[in-house]
Design a protein around this ligand. Structure first.
Ligand SMILES: Cc1ncc(COP(=O)(O)O)c(C=O)c1O
Length: 398
């Protein structure tokens, strides 16, 4: 391997939410973070060097983001990585992914109306739906021998409901790592068009697809005025979450007009981040190799977790190795303990901050989410701490 993903980086004391933001979420302090979805892996040097050159120019005035080099870089990435022909005219810089998801919800639903979502669901989606006084309408994923699958019949039933106006698709899916197939995407698009449901496809985890079937972007399904917005960015892949490097792609003329008008004249948010635009130019033209090797590292970590559960904790945990993302959705139903006991043990005995299941599920949860974008050493200590936590539960030590 050319790159070293096992280098231990210390992010403590750098105002990183993974460390310094724990107090808001957990009952205990100074936990080892395996929760929020950013990486304990450095952004590659060739991106940092490019940004340093930009810093040396020392001017950060208002920027025209619509540059040929920026649009060409996105086009190149989609063509070479996903075999998608993106039209440059369909690309728009956006302030953030979640902002864009929210704007689709606000544009196409009224308060009290339904937003269709596959559950378990990325917790921020559930919070945005509730915070905007809309109602989350569930399409629960089903678990089969092939992993997580769409329940076609149930999906169509809820999409057909009069009050359901938007589908928030997480493609690939956080927290399960499910990769939506071409057939599933085409089916959802057809059903949504038939029942007048607008699709916003959040594709931020697209670069982490490791299964043979590859990544199928909803951009493949877009024709003129298709009710689809695809939104993505560099945040996850290159650990640049705080750079605001997101962009959307759509052919829907009404939404584009409304969105851009509101950005400029309602929110006053039309300025683009120079470093984000520069990062796109270099990442999407030079990072193919780095991303492939990062995925090999994550796959190795996922296998380690899978083996650990199989050999050491098969009576308490089950786990479907994800086809995508660096997130592991771990099921502790077999252990017989409830979520508050498990979280107490993980935090107080294991000293671990993991993603808390009930923030991703509308009902009772028997899962926790674990971020595996870290060194092998960190992961091994985390796994030992999980075992210690469940041993303490078994031995009534909590
Ligand atoms: C599916 C998904 N969408 C969006 C985000 C955050 O995107 P942004 O910070 O650009 O709003 C995350 C971060 O965890 C995510 O997992």
């Amino acid at each position: 391997m050319k790159y070293n993903f096992d280098e231990v980086i210390d992010r403590r004391g750098t105002a990183t939410i993974a460390y310094e933001g724990q107090r808001k979420v957990y009952d205990y302090e100074n936990l080892e973070p395996f929760w929020i979805a950013d990486m304990d892996i450095k952004t590659p040097d060739f991106i940092i060097d490019h940004l340093k050159n930009k810093l040396d120019q020392a001017h950060f005035g208002y920027l025209v983001w619509k540059q040929e080099e920026y649009l060409n870089a996105i086009k190149h990435w989609y063509k070479t990585r996903f075999s998608v022909n993106v039209q440059k005219n369909d690309i728009y810089y956006v302030p953030s992914i979640l902002f864009t998801v929210t704007e689709v919800i606000r544009e196409f639903t009224k308060e009290g109306e339904g937003v269709l979502i596959h559950t378990p669901a990325y917790n921020a989606f559930l919070n945005l739906i509730e915070g905007n006084k809309r109602v989350a309408v569930e399409s629960p994923l089903i678990t089969t021998d092939n992993g997580y699958e769409l329940d076609h019949e149930q999906f169509e039933k809820v999409a057909a409901r009069e009050d359901v106006k938007v589908l928030v698709l997480c493609n690939p899916h956080n927290p399960t790592g499910k990769v939506w197939t071409k057939e599933e995407c085409a089916f959802m698009k057809e059903v949504c068009e038939k029942h007048d449901v607008f699709i916003v496809s959040d594709e931020i985890h697209m670069d982490f697809v490791r299964s043979d079937k590859g990544f199928y972007s909803m951009a493949n399904e877009m024709k003129l005025d298709s009710p689809i917005v695809v939104v993505t960015g560099l945040g996850k892949t290159f650990n640049l979450a705080s750079l605001a490097s997101s962009f959307m792609m759509t052919k829907h003329r009404y939404f584009t007009l409304q969105f851009n008008r509101k950005l400029a004249t309602y929110y006053g948010l039309a300025a683009a981040n120079t470093l984000a635009v520069e990062a796109v130019k270099v990442a999407y033209t030079q990072a193919s190799d780095w991303v492939d090797q990062l995925n090999q590292h994550i796959d190795k970590n996922m296998t380690l977790l899978e083996e650990f559960i199989k050999n050491e904790m098969s009576d308490q945990l089950s786990f479907i190795k994800p086809e995508s993302t660096y997130l592991a959705w771990i099921d502790f139903a077999k252990s017989g303990f409830n979520e508050s006991d498990v979280q107490k043990a993980l935090q107080s005995v294991g000293k671990l901050a993991t993603g808390i299941g009930n923030s991703y599920e509308l009902g009772e949860s028997h899962h926790f989410r674990m971020n595996l974008a870290c060194s092998e050493d960190k992961l091994i200590s985390g796994l030992e701490a999980i075992k210690k936590s469940f041993d303490a539960l078994e031995n009534d030590e909590i």
